[in-house]
Design a protein around this ligand. Structure first.
Ligand code: ADP
Ligand code: MG
Length: 467
C-alpha cells in the first residue's frame, strides 16, 4: 500500500463513524505527506481543521492507521499546507480522487467521490462527474418523466424544453440527471461550452464580481455558454440581486436558444421569496419531478451499483438493504459503500447477519438529522452564553443580535424552515427580519473567518448533541 492508498482506507473507515457533513468538513483536502518508521505527517488545509483533528479525531486516526498498516504509530502530526503543494503526484483530495485502474477495483475502496471528473469546461463552473451518465441511471416510476425529459433535451438542446426544471427531495438523482445531459452533450459536441454550478456558487460569484468591480467578466462568463446546468436553485430565494442577475442571464441564454436546466427541492411555485417573473420563466419549458424509488427500483439500483463497484452481493442481501433504507438513493448508496468497505477491510464475506448489523449503525447515523428548532435555539444560546429571553426580546446589542441572526441563519440552512416560521420562533418577528438575518450571515461568513468557524463549530454541536 502506498501512502495515498493508506489514507483512502483511513478515510473510508472514518466515514463509517462520522456524519457526511462532518466528514467532508474535516477531511476534505487532507492527505498523508510522509509516513516513515511509525511517524506520520498529515496535511490539512487550515488551522481550524488542524485543531479539530488534533482535539477530536486524533485517536481515531491513529487507531485506524494502525489497523490498516498493522504497524504501531509512534507519532502523528498535522501540518497546514495546500494539498497541491504537498504532493508531487497523486494528491488525495476527497473530491479529486482519481479512479483506480480496473485491475485494482476489487481491492480498492470506491466511494462516490472517487470517480473521474470531467476536466472539460474550464469556465469557472464545477467539473462534471463522468459517472453521472444516462447509462448508470436506473429509471423507476418516480423518475420516468424527468429521465425522458432529460433525454429529449439532450437530443434537441435549446429546442425541446427550455428550461427543463427538475425538482424533488434530496438524493433522488437530480444532480445525476442534469450532469448526464452534460456528459452526453459533451460526447456529441466536444467543443460544447457547458457550465455546471450550484445556485449558491452562482450567487457567490455574482457577489464577488460586484465587490471586485468585475461585473462584466461575470456576465461574459455566464452568458457565453451553450448549456447552463444550475443546481439547487432554491438557494437564491430571498437574494434579490442574485435573482435579478440570474433573470438576465437566463433571458440572454434563452434568447440564443441555449439550453438551461435547473434543479430545485420544490416546484417553482413553492419556492418562497422567489420573484414572480422567475417563477413564470421556470414554467415556460418542462417541469418534471423525481420521487422516491419503490422497493424494486431500490433493489435494481443496488444491483447496478454493485456491478459498477465490481462487488457482487447476493440478491437476498440487496433486498435487506432495500427494505432498510427507503428514504433516498444517496443514503442507499452510502449504506452500500459502507457495507463494501467494511467487509473488504475486515476481509470477511458479507452475510445477511453482518449486513443487518451494519445497517443498524447506519440508521442511527441518519437519526442525527432529526433536529428540532428548539434544540437548535438551545445549542446556539449555550454556545454564545445568551439566554432565551434576550434572544426573543427587542434587544439589539451586538452580543445578542449576532447569536439571534446565527440562529435564524441555521434554521434556514439546516432545518430549511420558512422565513415566517423562523420569525415566529424568535419572538414573533417579521419574516423579512428573518430573511435579512439569513442573508447577512450568508454574506458575512464569506469574509469573516471567525464567524465562519463559529458556524462550523455550531453545526458540529448540533449533530453531536442530537445523537
Ligand atoms: P440529488 O441531486 O437529487 O440530491 P443526486 O443526483 O446527487 O441526488 O443522487 C445521489 C446519489 O444517488 C448519486 O450518487 C447518484 O448517482 C445516485 N442516484 C440517484 N438516483 C439514481 C438512479 N435512479 N440510478 C442510479 N443512481 C442514482
Ligand atoms: Mg443535487
Amino acid at each position: 500500500m502506498n501512502t495515498s492508498e493508506i489514507w483512502q482506507a483511513v478515510l473510508a473507515e472514518l466515514e463509517l463513524s462520522i456524519s457526511k457533513a462532518n466528514f467532508i468538513t474535516w477531511f476534505k483536502n487532507t492527505g498523508i505527506i510522509s509516513f516513515q518508521e511509525g511517524q506520520v505527517l498529515v496535511c490539512v488545509p487550515n488551522a481550524f481543521t488542524k485543531a479539530w483533528l488534533e482535539k477530536k479525531y486524533h485517536q481515531e486516526i491513529v487507531k485506524s492507521l494502525e489497523r490498516i498498516t498493522t504497524k504501531a504509530i509512534k507519532k502523528l502530526e498535522y501540518k497546514i499546507d495546500n494539498i497541491k503543494n504537498s504532493f508531487e503526484q497523486s494528491p488525495i483530495a476527497l473530491e479529486n480522487i482519481s479512479s483506480p485502474p480496473a485491475s485494482e477495483i476489487n481491492t480498492s475502496i470506491s466511494t462516490t467521490a472517487s470517480q473521474p471528473l470531467h476536466p472539460a469546461n474550464n469556465n469557472g463552473g464545477f467539473p462534471i462527474n463522468s459517472k453521472y451518465s444516462f447509462e448508470t441511471f436506473v429509471v423507476g416510476k418516480g423518475t420516468e418523466l424527468a429521465y425522458a425529459a432529460a433525454q429529449a433535451v439532450t437530443a434537441r438542446p435549446g429546442e425541446a424544453y427550455n428550461p427543463l426544471f427538475i425538482y424533488g427531495g434530496v438524493g433522488l438523482g437530480k444532480t445525476h440527471l442534469i450532469q448526464a445531459v452534460g456528459n452526453a452533450l459533451l460526447k456529441k459536441f466536444p467543443e460544447y461550452n457547458i457550465m455546471y454550478v450550484s445556485a449558491e456558487k452562482f450567487s457567490n460569484d455574482f457577489i464577488s464580481s460586484i465587490k471586485e468591480g468585475a461585473a462584466k467578466d461575470f456576465q461574459n462568463r455566464y452568458r457565453h455558454i451553450d448549456l447552463l446546468l444550475i443546481d439547487d436553485i432554491q438557494f437564491i430565494a430571498g437574494k434579490d440581486r442574485t435573482q435579478e442577475s440570474f433573470f438576465h442571464t437566463f433571458n440572454e441564454l434563452h434568447q440564443q436558444n441555449k439550453q438551461v436546466i435547473i434543479t430545485s427541492d420544490r416546484p417553482p411555485k413553492s419556492i418562497p421569496a422567489l420573484e414572480d417573473r422567475l417563477k413564470s420563466r421556470f414554467e415556460w419549458g418542462m417541469i418534471a419531478d423525481v420521487s422516491a424509488p419503490d422497493f424494486e427500483t431500490r433493489t435494481a439500483i443496488l444491483q447496478k451499483k454493485c456491478a459498477e463497484k465490481n462487488f457482487p452481493l447476493d440478491t437476498k442481501i440487496l433486498e435487506v438493504i432495500a427494505v432498510n433504507i427507503q428514504s433516498n438513493i444517496r443514503e442507499l448508496e452510502g449504506a452500500l459503500n459502507k457495507i463494501i468497505v467494511f467487509h473488504q477491510l475486515k476481509n470477511i464475506i458479507p452475510s445477511i447477519e453482518s449486513v443487518k448489523n451494519l445497517l443498524t449503525n447506519v440508521s442511527s447515523i441518519s437519526a442525527r438529522r432529526s433536529l428540532t428548532p428548539q434544540q437548535l435555539l438551545e445549542t446556539v444560546s449555550q454556545f454564545y452564553s445568551v439566554n432565551h429571553e434576550d434572544l426573543v426580546s427587542k434587544n439589539r446589542e451586538k452580543k445578542i443580535s449576532t447569536p439571534r441572526q446565527v440562529i435564524m441563519y441555521l434554521m434556514r440552512e439546516e432545518l430549511k424552515m420558512s422565513y415566517p416560521a423562523i420569525g415566529e420562533e424568535l419572538g414573533g418577528r417579521d419574516h423579512t427580519t428573518a430573511m435579512h438575518a439569513h442573508e447577512k450571515i450568508v454574506r458575512e461568513v464569506e469574509c469573516d473567518l471567525k464567524l465562519k468557524q463559529e458556524i462550523e463549530l455550531l453545526k458540529q454541536r448540533l449533530y453531536v448533541n442530537n445523537l
